[in-house]
Write a protein that binds this ligand. Sequence first.
Ligand code: 13P
Ligand code: SF4
Length: 354
Amino acid sequence: MNAPLSFPVQIPDAATVARINPPLDADARKALRERAKRLLRERDAVLVAHYYTDPDLQTLADETGGHVADSLDMARFSHEHDASTVVVCGVRFMGETAKILNPEKRVLVPEMQANCSLDLGCPADAFSELCDEYPDRTVVVYANTSAAVKARADWMVTSGIALDIVGHLKDRGEKILWAPDRFLGDYIQRMTGADMLMWQASCVVHEAFKADALERLREKLPHAAVLVHPESPPAVIALADVVGSTSTLIEAVQSMPNDTFIVATDRGIFHKMRELAPGKKLIEAPTAGEGATCESCAHCPWMAMNGLANLVEVLETGNNEILIEESIRARAAIPVQRMMDFAAARKVAILGNA
Ligand code: 13P
Ligand code: SF4
């Protein structure tokens, strides 16, 4: 194997995030929410937000006929909605996926620097070299990748449907080249038994969850259920009562009888969990361990770059439009569409709604 499988990623520090999305007082937030509502109407725009984003953005999306969802459902919603402009509050690959599926629409994002350690940790050139080295393998990439990486893939998957698709490929006797998340890849490999060659990137939020501290917390709270996103390390996944996409974890809080949940994913998800399951107690899974510091502390620094001020700015100016060269977009649409067709055929609700 010649290509390196992991690349260093620069994590934005708190000061950078605060400069891009400064904290606002209650009056400023109220005024910006009103301006955003007016601009969404005037610009024929719809707001689509991920569960990890600022509660203000999630509420605004819900109040204005937009959508709060997991990554693929965000793209599906923008595809089905008839607005000519889609504003994607999340990270870059979510905006790109919306554009891949909706080339005729204008897709805007509040902050162009809002990226993802998995996307940044898998540069398209190096990934392409690896694909060239293994022409016999079916290339399966996670949604958290650039359009250029998707353009080299046979399939794109999300955490909600990855097991079904890789299991299906394994049954067909196919060997997999998987990228970029090594922990999600490892989980899929263990669950399906597929032959998977793995890229070695990771999510800076989920890799920080610590199994030993989680185990001690679980002993103290025997009635709590442990909910884990599969981007987490294997030892954390091993302690889970439920492993799944963000939608699956939200559904678990609503449907399980437990009154307390320890949640190993970005704490932004608590907003929707509290709204849909009021009265349930939600506890962040421990990150860097007692007395230590962590870089992400259960909150994605790139998701945190989205705010009311930069949302209003892009609605006003039309700046930060996602543009993808047409040959790359058209090629990237193949693995994305293949996943959607597979999900529809299997009647599997995409991204964890199963
Ligand atoms: P979901 O597709 O489960 O929403 O996850 C996206 C993501 O970035 C998790 O870190
Ligand atoms: Fe990427 Fe992790 Fe942030 Fe999700 S939480 S967008 S996987 S860095």
